[in-house]
Design a protein around this ligand. Structure first.
Ligand SMILES: Nc1ncnc2c1ncn2[C@@H]1O[C@H](COP(=O)(O)OP(=O)(O)OP(=O)(O)O)[C@@H](O)[C@H]1O
Length: 508
């Protein structure tokens, strides 16, 4: 069940996301362990069916964010929740671990809460401004850690969090979940066998034994579902024990069935790969030159057991996907080198779309193409989004493309999203000085002779970024506080988020 916010379904929720890359510096005898802080403290929701545009100067961390959401990197910290499938469907093991170790998990949460309180009191006591700023940063770090831990637990157990003793709760939740994992494995097996049956049918082979196996598995599955329902009754009964606690409802309402992508193991993530796709900038390097178009598109279909090999049904599906992406049917046996850049990008798109994904990261997907071809590919992406109910994270340094395609836009600077709002709101009523500078740097025809403002100064190093607001070294509005305190990313107007001590256009 997808999460609903402001009447819209959330597909991906990112909270306090961090992605650091280690770099070694220093001398041989005293190596200094440093990190490129490519993404820092990113919090955002991506809604089902929207195109979320991401802009910012080169190296600010756009690609890293796209790839981290897809878990192509092991994220350093934070939560990435996916609502496109149910927990039941994937039955990830991390849920079982949480249920099994509830007691320990909740103890860790209490420890973090104590530390958070200590750090807050310490911060409130300090008089010296500079020390106070440092203490505030420290307190905010621990506050985030405690919050993430709290959500990791409460989203899975809800009102049970009020309990003093978790042994009974842990036992019943673990027992039920173990059966859910078994049920999920049976469902996977049935799906695999059904594909096998289709393949055998296409070759004219007998499928009797497979059909028998499928029937057996279906019966087994029915049994498992009954056991799950029995445990559910037990869980409901157990809840009555805690229902009168004053905090029960508060915690119960925090239940959430988003899949925490960062906690999935490789095999679980592999199953979700078909949902979460990436379209690259360079169509040349992303296609295997030794495979024909048909093979390129079918590779994923077979890997994910979506279609039987050698069947007419599969061929028809491949041809219809090609047609949707503007590729003629006779291209099916051709190799990538026989196509132009735009056509190759269409092949890359067809390969992704064939998997019926839910979310696609388009990383500079049109940047390598001629301008005339760019608009064809952008329009193809828009059409596909409507037809297939897709959701895009559209990364581009080209502001006019972003404005054209995006429903909402996030502006990144040195690893942080500094502003986020509806597209027109960003372009007409930007509140962050960086957005203002970025937008005024758009090359425009300067007919009235107005000065075109270009962002001055080099981008600071993401290894040792400036303290406080990272943009303060280049910001014309910066004051003392900007160099000391990192501004909070807050909702300044409905749906308009910004992290700045001196927000622009506040009265618009
Ligand atoms: N795998 C990696 N290992 C180490 N550092 C990396 C890695 N990937 C990216 N970085 C660094 O992280 C920072 C953000 O890079 P990223 O490619 O995400 O930026 P970008 O905004 O997409 O830039 P561009 O528009 O130039 O692609 C850069 O400093 C980059 O050098």
């Amino acid at each position: 069940m997808p999460k609903i916010k402001d009447g819209k379904k959330v597909l991906i929720r990112v909270e306090n996301l961090k992605q650091y890359f280690p770099v070694k510096k220093g001398t041989f005898f005293s190596p200094e362990h440093l990190f490129v802080r490519a993404n820092e403290d990113i919090t955002l929701d991506i809604y089902e069916g929207e195109t979320f545009g991401l802009v910012g100067e080169s190296g600010c961390g756009k690609s890293t964010l796209g790839r981290t959401l897809l878990q192509l990197y092991d994220q350093t910290d934070g939560r990435t929740l996916y609502y496109g499938r149910s927990i039941e469907d994937i039955a990830p093991k991390y849920v079982l671990e949480t249920y099994k170790n509830l007691d320990r998990e909740v103890k860790e949460l209490h420890q973090l809460r104590r530390k958070e309180n200590e750090d807050r009191e310490n911060y409130e006591k300090l008089a010296d401004e500079s020390e106070k700023y440092k203490a505030l940063e420290k307190y905010r770090e621990i506050e985030k850690k405690a919050r993430n831990k709290y959500l990791d637990i409460v989203e899975l157990i809800g009102g049970f969090l009020v309990a003093d003793d978790f042994s009974e709760i842990s036992k019943v939740l673990t027992s039920q979940y173990e059966v859910k994992i078994q049920a999920k494995e049976i469902r996977d097996k049935i799906r695999e066998l059904m594909i096998k049956v289709e393949e055998k049918k296409a070759k004219g082979k007998s499928t009797d034994s497979d059909n028998e196996n499928i029937d057996k598995l279906r019966k087994e599955l029915e049994n498992k579902d009954k056991i799950i329902a029995d445990y559910e009754t037990e869980i409901i009964n157990l809840k009555t024990k805690y229902k009168d606690h004053p905090d029960f409802e508060k915690y119960e309402s925090k239940r959430d069935d988003g899949i925490n992508l960062a906690k999935l193991d490789e095999e679980e993530m592999r199953k979700l790969r078909k949902d979460l796709q990436l379209i690259f900038q360079d169509p040349y390097s992303s296609l295997n030159p030794r495979l024909t178009v048909g093979q390129i598109i079918s590779e994923g279909l077979f890997a994910h057991n979506m279609f039987p090999k050698n069947s007419e049904q599969t061929q028809e599906y491949i041809l219809s996907t090609m047609e949707k992406c503007g590729l003629a049917p006779y291209f099916v046996h051709r190799y990538p080198h026989q196509f132009s850049g735009g056509q190759r990008q269409r092949i890359g798109i067809a390969r992704s779309v064939a998997l019926s994904p839910k979310f696609i990261v388009c990383d500079e997907a049109v940047s390598a193409l001629d301008v005339s071809i760019q608009s064809q590919i952008i329009n193809l992406l828009i059409d596909l989004k409507e037809q297939e109910n897709l959701t895009y994270l559209f990364i581009s340094h080209d502001l006019s493309v972003i404005r054209y395609i995006s429903d909402r836009v996030g502006v990144m600077y040195l690893g942080n999203i500094v502003e986020l709002a509806d597209t027109e709101e960003i372009f007409e009523n930007m509140m962050h000085p960086y957005t203002e500078a970025l937008l005024s740097a758009i090359p425009t025809t300067d007919a009235e002779g107005t000065k075109i403002e270009v962002l001055e100064g080099d981008i600071p190093s993401p290894i040792k970024p400036p303290t406080g607001c990272k943009f303060h070294t280049r910001c014309k509005y910066a004051t003392e506080i900007c160099s000391q305190v990192q501004p909070q990313f807050e909702e300044a107007r409905p749906g308009h988020f910004v992290a700045c001590h001196h927000k622009l256009n506040q009265n618009n």
